[in-house]
Ligand binder design. Structure first.
Ligand SMILES: [Mn+2]
Length: 436
């Protein structure tokens, strides 16, 4: 067994933050490899990008290759991720050493030909990062493959319980080459795998033999009690409740404008029973005042974790100070998901809480359906048709007006639409089972 020390990760993180600023200013031929996790900045993404960048920097000794783990949220927002901050502190990493997305000038790196991106724990760039697609050189992920990549992109997309398993496997395999079995790195990897697999519990069908094997291997290198580590992480996650409704809703929040409707979608991955401690009217007014502060007409909140033993149900909350909006949205969503059930005793004119039960409504599916809800029917289904006058040019036409469609055509179309919805449903239920 190689010698264990924990003094390498912190100096590395500090130095790559400094080098990044320096390299931005000088005109030297260097490759800056930005190792980027998901926008959610969940534990798996944070751990995978830090440990992978560290591992690569150890492997590649050339001074013209710099690997920088970049946390894909702002520094300010990251402070709300108490569980990740807890883990980093536990292993001796101060969040000051990290590089956050708002601290990297990606445009400048791209313009000067230095930018290379490794996507970790996701395989589709966030909307506002999609312009960097040509700079992606590698993808390591455990989600369903969504995006297609150019042939020069190296990719490892495998359905294991945690992306940290894929990074950990490489790290352990090369531990002598990289000449480091840094306790901090190994502890972080183990914590991420345990959280993603509910402490390797196969009852939830997310853990794979590879996740189990990695935890065993790490356990043979460092002295650590995995149950204690898991419980500490879980506790840190539940301490989110003390942040207050406003901050909790802000953690994983996305606003969008769909035609004339301003919509917000927030995801809270802990059970409602943990973070909602107020009465229904109090909670409802906190939620609607958050919606107001974000200047949205309607707010959708997905809450709960299907992987949580203490509270297996997930909820969809729909809130707006306009009663009509709440009614319109809840009846639309409930028609698509008949198993959704209004939570008893939780009715409020400005807010509806729907228990998900067997419906595993992912953020992605909800976003698609909300788009359908607020897109005017005529513009929902663009049809690409060949222009009759110019053979070579194509133009987009919208559906013909209702009067020109026969009833049978509309019926057939409706059946096709229903069929598509069930397919999308199945697909996202599957995605969610891999999506931690
Ligand atoms: Mn993950």
């Amino acid at each position: 067994m190689s010698q264990i020390d924990c003094s390498q990760l912190v100096p590395y993180l500090k130095s790559c933050k400094q080098s990044l600023q320096l390299l931005l200013q000088i005109d030297r031929k260097v490759n800056v490899h930005i190792v980027l996790g998901r926008e959610e900045a969940d534990i798996d993404s944070v751990v995978s990008s830090i440990t992978f960048a560290f591992y690569m920097q150890k492997k590649v000794t050339s001074p013209s290759e710099l690997y920088v783990p970049v946390i894909n949220v702002s520094k300010e927002d990251f402070q709300l991720h108490r569980d990740a901050v807890f883990l980093l502190n536990k292993v001796g990493v101060n969040t000051e050493c990290l590089t956050f997305i708002n601290e990297v000038n990606m445009e400048l790196l791209e313009r000067t030909g230095k930018l290379k991106i490794t996507m970790i724990d996701h395989n589709q760039l966030a909307e506002d990062q999609s312009s960097f697609a040509a700079n992606v050189e590698e993808v390591i992920d455990h989600h369903v493959e969504e995006a297609s990549f150019a042939n020069y992109v190296r990719k490892q997309i495998e359905p294991v319980g945690s992306c940290s398993t894929l990074i950990g496997e490489r790290y352990i395999q090369d531990i002598d080459v990289v000449n480091s079995s840094d306790v901090a790195v190994l502890t972080m990897l183990m914590a991420a795998v345990l959280l993603d697999t509910v402490n390797l519990n196969d009852q939830y069908k997310v853990v794979t033999p590879r996740d189990q094997a990695l935890v065993t291997q790490i356990g043979s290198k460092i002295k650590i009690d995995r149950h204690e580590l898991y419980n500490q992480m879980k506790k840190a996650q539940y301490q989110l409740a003390s942040l207050g409704t406003d901050n909790i809703l802000k953690m994983n929040y996305k606003p969008m404008k769909i035609y004339n409707r301003k919509v917000g979608i927030s995801e809270v991955k802990i059970p409602m029973s943990v973070w909602v401690t107020k009465t229904v009217p109090q909670f409802s007014s906190e939620v609607t005042s958050f919606a107001k502060s974000q200047a949205v007409d309607i707010l959708f909140i997905l809450t709960g974790s299907p992987l949580d033993t203490s509270d297996t149900s997930c909820q969809l909350i729909i809130a707006s100070d306009n009663l009509k909006y709440v009614e319109e949205a809840s009846s639309f969503i409930m028609a698509l998901h008949p198993t959704l059930e209004p939570m008893l005793g939780a009715q409020d004119s400005e807010m509806v809480i729907l228990n998900q039960k067997d419906t595993q409504l992912s953020r992605k599916l909800l976003t698609t359906q909300v788009h359908t809800l607020y897109t005017p029917p005529r513009q929902r289904f663009p049809v690409v048709s060949k222009s009759s006058s110019q053979e070579s040019s194509y133009h987009i036409e919208f559906e013909a007006s209702e009067s020109t469609l026969s009833t049978s055509k509309m019926l057939a179309f409706g059946i096709l639409l229903l069929f598509c919805y069930s397919l999308i449903d199945l697909y996202f239920a599957y995605t969610l089972s891999l999506n931690k």
